[in-house]
Design a protein around this ligand. Structure first.
Ligand SMILES: Cc1cc2nc3c(=O)[nH]c(=O)nc-3n(C[C@H](O)[C@H](O)[C@H](O)COP(=O)(O)OP(=O)(O)OC[C@H]3O[C@@H](n4cnc5c(N)ncnc54)[C@H](O)[C@@H]3O)c2cc1C
Length: 530
């Protein structure tokens, strides 16, 4: 039997759970980390899915990680001591259009503008101004993505004092589509920019999706490290170093501990029980990095009423993920030409009308195969596949309720038809692929992802959606995001369900800084490099 009494119990062993446990243990606390699966990593796991071929099974590119001090300052020694290692490519994303022309978002802004000019000279000029305009708001955006977040009233008050702040609020309340329509005439540029914004898994016509437009212009900063992905796959380059650091810090790490009951007495969380029947008690607090909706299910009748009301209202993403991985005996050659392979995320993009219609289709349960995001990590990471061969990721958006019902994903015929359609689409846009090139495959439908990682409730790879109404001080409970807890003070929500939300970015760090502060500790005192 496992179990025991700890100062802190961290729920969930994804990268956010691991990093949270390291900070807490380094601060001198006795920490248990409980993971439901038989391995750590959550949405950032990899596998040798076919002999000699290694692929990431969830997260593909660590786009938002570079700003975190865990990366930028190596403040937990993950690079210098524990073997964390990345591969990189200069360009993060490009779009291939229906006529197989393409637009790469280059780090060098002049080069990017020259490429934009092929579609519209006016837009090439406008983009330079857009970049400057975004730069003026950069400091304000950073407030939303870094560590903590102020109470909503304070944030609005501070923003309303400057013209840049007011403009930021206007942009924040706009959609990505609105902003690109304000600035640009060419649909190729508009689709390229909003396509990246859809990585929030929200319809680009929804308010708040503009935020990613602001963040993505960071690509042109000379200090931007490019597209980063773990060397040898997420397990090797990313998760194992985190596990080593956690072990070294003295964290008690538990796998196969699916928490399904959280108990409360006198308004305080006292501990949790797992399906295995083990009981873990806490002196200080539970720190959750799992789906907040699940946490409230586990609280049952102990859940505070007002918080419960808001947690029930939390929405999931507008669409979810259907992912396929292929072991190929050749490297794909694109009809668009070899130049697209200098970019890590290669995104197919239909014309703007069809593209936008796709997002309406998802809402109605429709699936379209013509919008996949392609990565071939073996181009930059030779350890992923045998010489001359390739590992290919075909990542597609999909509705959770396929044709109106999520159960349709459990029908092998319907699931296979969707997967096959994406592969056929991809093959048709390449010059050298036939089915005979496939050596092995791995795939997950949205339903399978919800089983693979229980935090991906309803297939939501962000646990809960990134709608504007669920960001900043609203995440996950309105007016309490800045505290990282609801009405139960010793039950914290950090990482994906806390501010600033999902993605591989060590987003839990801001919440952990607040928790340590609540216990009288400055996070800077528990790291080796300031
Ligand atoms: C196909 C796909 C592609 C993606 N691509 C990208 C990308 O390119 N870039 C990017 O930044 N992000 C991407 N993501 C999203 C990324 O995986 C998540 O943002 C990231 O994994 C969040 O990390 P986390 O530690 O907060 O949570 P998770 O990784 O979700 O970890 C949560 C952990 O909690 C465990 N858990 C859940 N419930 C319980 C319970 N009751 N008891 C105990 N343990 C529990 C889970 O098993 C899991 O290990 C992608 C996801 C998928 C599926």
């Amino acid at each position: 039997m496992a179990g025991g009494t700890y100062d802190f119990i961290v729920l969930g062993g994804g990268h956010n759970g691991l990093v949270s446990s390291i900070y807490l243990a380094r601060a001198g606390f006795k920490v248990a980390l409980l993971e439901a699966n038989d391995e750590f990593g959550g949405g950032t796991r990899s596998a040798e899915f076919h002999p000699g071929y290694t692929a990431d099974l969830g997260a593909i590119v660590h786009f938002n990680i570079a700003k975190s001090p865990v990366f930028a300052k190596d403040e937990l020694d993950l690079f210098s001591k524990y073997g964390m290692e990345y591969c990189r490519m200069d360009s993060v994303f490009c779009s291939i259009f229906e006529d197989d022309s393409y637009l790469t978002v280059s780090q060098d802004i002049d080069k990017f503008c020259n490429d934009i000019a092929k579609y519209s000279e006016k837009d090439a000029e406008a983009y330079k101004k857009f970049y400057k305009y975004i730069g003026e708001m950069a400091g304000v955006v950073a407030m939303g993505t870094g560590g903590g977040v102020p109470p909503y009233g304070v944030m609005i008050n501070a923003l309303s004092k400057s013209a840049a702040g007011m403009e930021f609020l206007r942009v924040l309340n706009s959609s990505a589509q609105q902003i690109v329509e304000e600035w640009f005439e060419s649909e190729q540029l508009r689709v390229t920019l909003t396509r990246w914004a859809t990585e929030m898994m929200i319809d680009p016509r929804m308010p708040g999706t503009s935020t990613i437009l602001l963040l993505s212009t960071a690509i042109h900063n000379p200090a931007f490290p490019g597209a980063l992905f773990p060397k040898g796959g997420s397990n090797e380059g990313f998760i194992k170093p985190l596990i080593r650091a956690a072990e070294d810090a003295g964290v008690d790490l538990f796998t196969n501990q699916f928490v399904d009951d959280i108990f409360v007495a006198g308004g305080e969380v006292k501990g949790c029980r797992t399906k295995a029947g083990d009981e873990f008690r806490c002196n200080n607090a539970i720190v959750s990095t799992i789906c907040v909706k699940d946490v409230f299910d586990y609280l049952g009748e102990d859940a505070p009423e007002e918080d419960s009301h808001y947690v029930k209202l939390l929405r999931h993403a507008d669409f979810v993920a259907l992912n396929q991985v292929f072991a190929l005996d050749v490297e794909p050659e694109f009809k668009a030409g070899p130049g697209v392979k200098n970019t890590f995320c290669i995104e197919f993009a239909p014309n703007e009308k069809d593209y936008l219609r796709t997002f309406s289709d998802y809402k109605l349960g429709g699936f379209k195969p013509n919008l996949p995001l392609i990565t071939i990590p073996s181009i930059a990471d030779k350890s992923r596949a045998p010489e001359g061969h390739a590992v290919l990721n075909l990542y597609s958006y999909a509705p959770w309720d396929l044709r109106g019902d999520s159960k349709n994903w459990q029908d092998p015929e319907q699931a296979e038809a969707c997967k096959e359609a994406v592969w056929e689409f991809f093959k048709s846009r390449c010059t050298n692929l036939t089915d005979a090139n496939i050596q092995g495959t791995w795939s997950k439908t949205p339903y399978e992802y919800s089983q693979w990682n229980p935090a991906f409730r309803k297939g939501d790879i962000g646990h809960i959606g990134l709608q504007q109404s669920q960001m900043y001080d609203f995440r996950p409970i309105p007016g309490k995001g800045h505290e990282f807890h609801g009405d139960i003070e010793n039950l914290y929500f950090v990482g994906t369900c806390g501010h600033p939300g999902g993605s591989v970015s060590y987003s839990a760090r801001g919440g952990i800084a607040k928790i340590l502060d609540d216990y009288g500790i400055d996070i800077r005192d528990v790291v080796t490099k300031n």
